[in-house]
Each structure stands twice: as C-alpha cells, then as structure tokens.
Design a protein around this ligand. Sequence first.
Ligand code: HEM
Length: 221
Amino acid sequence: MNVFLKSSIGKKLLMSLSGLFLITFLLVHLVANLFLLGGDDAYNVATHFMDTNPVIQIMQPILAVGFLVHIIYGIIIELQNRKATPVKYKLVNQKESSKWVSRNMIWLGLFVFAFLVLHIANFFVKMKFGEMAEVNVDGVTMHDSYALVAELFECKIFSIVYIIGFIALGLHLHHAFWSAFQTIGLSNDVWRVRLSVLGDIFAVVITAGFTIIPLKIMFFG
Ligand code: HEM
C-alpha cells in the first residue's frame, strides 16, 4: 500500500480522489451559501443547522485532511513533472485556453489556496471562535452569521477579491473535473467530451453561484 501511494499512479489517484471529495464539498457549501439570497433568517437557520449537525462536525476535520492531501500531492506531482519532462499533460484536441489551464493547474491551485486562507480567516474562524452577535429566530437563539457575511461583502475590495478567487477556482475545475474521471479510469473517447462539457457546466455553476452572493449584497444590500 505504502509503495503504491509513493508511485506516480498512486499519487495521481490520491489527487483525483481528494479532488472529487473537494468537488462534493463545494456543492454542499454552495447550497448552504445560497440561503444568503433568502435573507437573514433563512441564512442564520441554515448556518445554525450546520453548526449543530454532528455529521457536518465530523466532516470538518476530514475536509481539512482532504485539502492537505490535495495541496501536498499537487505540489509533489508538479515538482516531479518539472524534473521529468516539460510536457505535463497529455494534451489531446484541446483549445489554447484549455492548454493554458492544464499547464497552470499548480498556479491556479496555489491562488485558490491563498484565497482559501483569506476565506477561512474571515468566515470560518470568526464564526467558530469569534464574538458573534446573536438573534432569535422562532424562539431559537443563534449566531447572526448573516450580519457578518453582509458586513464583509459590503466592502467592495473584499467582494472583488472573493470573486477573483472563485474565477480561479472555476478555471481549476474546468480542467480538474474531467481529468479526475480520466485518472480513475472512468473516461473514454466518448465520455471524455461529455465529462468535459459537464465539468464546464459545473465550473460555471460554482463560480456563478458563489459570485452572485457578493454581487447581490454589494448592489442590493
Ligand atoms: C475546492 C478546491 C479544489 C478542488 C475542488 C480541486 C479539484 C481538483 C481535481 C478534481 C483535480 C483533478 C485530479 C486529477 O487530474 O486526477 C485537481 C487537480 C489539481 N489540483 Fe486541485 N482542487 C482544489 C484546490 C486545489 C488547491 C488549493 C491546490 C493547491 C496546490 C490544487 C492543486 C492541484 C494541482 C496541481 C492539480 C493537477 C495535479 C496533476 O498534475 O495531476 N488544487 N484539483
């Protein structure tokens, strides 16, 4: 097992499995965030549910491990690719833009990582360990998470950085989605095209879904 995980294919497999795990997390996270569009009570009830749900609490450290595995192996694979050959990906019938993305996965990933640190410091740490205002919704006292998010997104610079972060993530996903299925052997000539289209739809949904929230708060309050 240890030998397999140290092999190129083992590392690549860890990359795809951790990436697919992160993709699932992104969907759950987006659904939770979209409650922001429903106003303060809707979002506060949704975050209160997440804060008190044992499954979500168990998943949090697992998610942190998923990120660590993905980032550490991403850097290792990139360094090995650089040492071995200047050609890092099998580039079949790809547009120039796709080639650029596939060649720069590490930079897009590191940019997403920098954004992730900002995101965790501003949202996760404040919500989990900071002094939060409280509200009462239908007789239940809970954190006013909506107020924290709305205050941050009212700052235009913060919102623009946040949107740029999600554009970088969308580009990462544009290549990552189909590539992960290719790695685990669930792709062939026909499915390669379908997965590529599906990946693009997923990337647009994630980028647009997360971006619509700061835009709404910035322009409509
Ligand atoms: C929520 C955030 C992220 C998601 C959903 C995600 C998802 C994925 C997926 C599915 C793959 C394809 C794996 C494969 O080809 O088998 C991938 C590749 C990659 N990711 Fe991420 N990723 C995320 C964040 C990051 C971060 C923060 C880094 C920082 C280093 C990173 C670096 C990479 C690299 C370098 C590759 C290409 C590896 C290779 O050469 O095969 N990713 N990502």
